[in-house]
Design a protein around this ligand. Sequence first.
Ligand SMILES: Cc1cc2nc3c(=O)[nH]c(=O)nc-3n(C[C@H](O)[C@H](O)[C@H](O)COP(=O)(O)OP(=O)(O)OC[C@H]3O[C@@H](n4cnc5c(N)ncnc54)[C@H](O)[C@@H]3O)c2cc1C
Ligand SMILES: *[C@@H]1O[C@H](CO)[C@@H](O)[C@H](O)[C@H]1NC(C)=O
Ligand SMILES: *[C@@H]1O[C@H](CO)[C@@H](O)[C@H](O)[C@H]1NC(C)=O
Ligand SMILES: *[C@@H]1O[C@H](CO)[C@@H](O)[C@H](O)[C@H]1NC(C)=O
Ligand SMILES: *[C@@H]1O[C@H](CO)[C@@H](O)[C@H](O)[C@H]1NC(C)=O
Ligand SMILES: *[C@@H]1O[C@H](CO)[C@@H](O)[C@H](O)[C@H]1NC(C)=O
Ligand SMILES: *[C@@H]1O[C@H](CO)[C@@H](O)[C@H](O)[C@H]1NC(C)=O
Ligand SMILES: *[C@@H]1O[C@H](CO)[C@@H](O)[C@H](O)[C@H]1NC(C)=O
Length: 533
Amino acid sequence: MTSLSSSMLPFLLILLFPFSWGTSAHTHEDFLQCLSLYSEDSAATSKVIYTPNNTSYATVLQFSIRNLRFNSSKLTPVVIVTPTILSHIQATIHCSQKHNLQIRIRSGGHDYEGLSYMSVLPFVILDLINLRKITVDLSTKTAWVQAGATLGELYYSIAEKSRTLAFPAGACHTVGVGGQFSGGGYGGLLRKYGLAADNVIDAELIDANGRVLDRESMGEDLFWAIRGGGGNSFGVVTAWKVNLVEVPPTVTVFAVPKVLKENATKLIHRWQYVANKLPEDIVIAAYVNRINSSQGGNPTIQATFTSLFLGGVDRLLPLMQESFPELGLVKDDCIELSWIEFALFLAGFPSNASLDVLLDRTPQSITSFKAKSDYVKQPLPETALEGMWETFFEKDIESPSLFMVPYGGKMEEISESSIPFPHRAGNLYKIHYYVAWTEEGKEASERHISWIRRLYSYMTPYVSKNPREAYVNYRDLDLGINNLAGNTSYKQASIWGRKYFKNNFDKLVRIKTEVDPANFFRNEQSIPPFSSW
Ligand SMILES: Cc1cc2nc3c(=O)[nH]c(=O)nc-3n(C[C@H](O)[C@H](O)[C@H](O)COP(=O)(O)OP(=O)(O)OC[C@H]3O[C@@H](n4cnc5c(N)ncnc54)[C@H](O)[C@@H]3O)c2cc1C
Ligand SMILES: *[C@@H]1O[C@H](CO)[C@@H](O)[C@H](O)[C@H]1NC(C)=O
Ligand SMILES: *[C@@H]1O[C@H](CO)[C@@H](O)[C@H](O)[C@H]1NC(C)=O
Ligand SMILES: *[C@@H]1O[C@H](CO)[C@@H](O)[C@H](O)[C@H]1NC(C)=O
Ligand SMILES: *[C@@H]1O[C@H](CO)[C@@H](O)[C@H](O)[C@H]1NC(C)=O
Ligand SMILES: *[C@@H]1O[C@H](CO)[C@@H](O)[C@H](O)[C@H]1NC(C)=O
Ligand SMILES: *[C@@H]1O[C@H](CO)[C@@H](O)[C@H](O)[C@H]1NC(C)=O
Ligand SMILES: *[C@@H]1O[C@H](CO)[C@@H](O)[C@H](O)[C@H]1NC(C)=O
């Protein structure tokens, strides 16, 4: 993929498939007519349908775009449907099949490659923004959460009922549970409780035949596949049932920044040996970025050690003194708060902010970005770290960063085949490479994308191999893509498939073949069925 820019893909696909999917002038009218015929209350149904003729089409379309790289006027779904009841989804599936339209399912819209709202083939966006009911049951310590809800809405609903129950999902409150739990989902509780998908105990799913299924009726194989096998492959998840987990009333956080002059490199080097072996009550992640130093404004590298400890500061300090004295953590670096205040803190709000900010679906800032991921099994030498830092000083690269998340704890107790997410024992940590920019235009975009590809290539000798593993929720189309005609070969798909799922990929393919042999739910990185080999 390095020589083939992703912006060329639409043209290649059009060259390859010039006729089969050409939108006829009537497609959207036929589709709308189909929807209204299929719906019991067509007047009500029309309120959840947006075509380019509706004045709010662009607003609805752009509302959940989380990567400005894809906020383009060329983005033109034939129709956007925002279902309020399950029959709207069934009608959308039926009519999309009838009129040869693809479906892109969108919950929170954070897909790194925009796959929940973009397609080079004529398509419908099924936007679940109106399906966001959450029911928390304290007696069983479980919750049902509809797929269009955000993590912030889930955390808010739990906190309304209890301050000592939580859910082990991601940090950013605007992310959708629909997409995130489909690909795994991790946050500050991963070393104690594993991933969000590890804690899903039931689900409601609408399959390619329009059937509404739960865990019992879908069977254990399909239920396995949807917990980490990635979204948009097996059907539309409309709700998850999750197990809530216990957290103490007081947790402690710290974020300790160290620049190069303060031995940042040595500290990161040491961190690699420490963070994954700590007790599972503590996670210390490392965030690395470039800042202007206070003297003279020369750029330097800053590593920020960010931690969540499930307990009070009095227990944390001796633990740190014993296991990571080099960091020199002192009481003043630490803040004690409740778990929900930690969620606010992570989302970038002051810990005394009203919980209502968690309900806001609009992020504080949106930029263009490109990201990639790696798994590290052997500590990197200091020279490898220094080589990474050097790339951060390259000319005209706006905001490069790394986020390094330690594994170990619960993450290594769960077997590789428990759910499709396979990155368990043997991983010291995961790296998230990220570059964001505000400069507009194609040249800026290409410069930043090419930068992160070079960094990724530089890292090859130091990270997991055969396959070079990657996290499906950090979707990266550079790893390989399907042929959107639907006839992707197994060989073609297994290139990216093994990186995300290792040997679980074969089981995912088998299940896909059983539940969606016609490959109706598909995108550039959906699981292909055998029939299309
Ligand atoms: C700012 C930011 C912060 C993030 N932080 C974290 C983090 O802390 N931890 C972490 O694990 N990940 C994190 N991620 C990655 C995130 O988990 C994934 O991007 C996730 O897939 C987003 O889910 P979504 O519903 O918001 O996205 P969407 O773009 O709506 O969906 C993502 C994919 O899932 C499919 N999909 C969506 N809903 C459904 C559904 N109901 N049924 C079937 N398929 C569906 C979509 O078609 C698409 O392919 C972050 C991403 C961003 C942009
Ligand atoms: C979009 O416009 C059509 C008519 O062109 C109308 O029936 C429908 O209700 C509109 N959708 C919304 C959400 O207002
Ligand atoms: C938009 O409305 C015009 C008339 O107002 C109609 O001719 C056209 O077919 C409509 N197009 C779409 C995409 O709905
Ligand atoms: C997306 O682009 C539209 C114009 O096409 C613009 O109005 C909108 O503000 C953009 N969104 C963001 C978040 O910048
Ligand atoms: C950096 O580490 C060296 C020892 O390797 C130590 O002497 C020095 O004090 C450290 N600097 C800071 C700012 O901690
Ligand atoms: C850092 O310095 C550069 C060059 O002087 C400047 O363009 C940039 O805005 C500064 N960044 C910050 C965050 O202050
Ligand atoms: C939060 O605390 C700060 C001081 O630490 C104060 O200025 C601010 O008003 C407080 N905000 C709220 C919502 O209480
Ligand atoms: C997929 O199908 C298209 C059109 O039918 C064909 O041109 C192409 O060669 C096929 N690709 C593969 C990988 O079989």
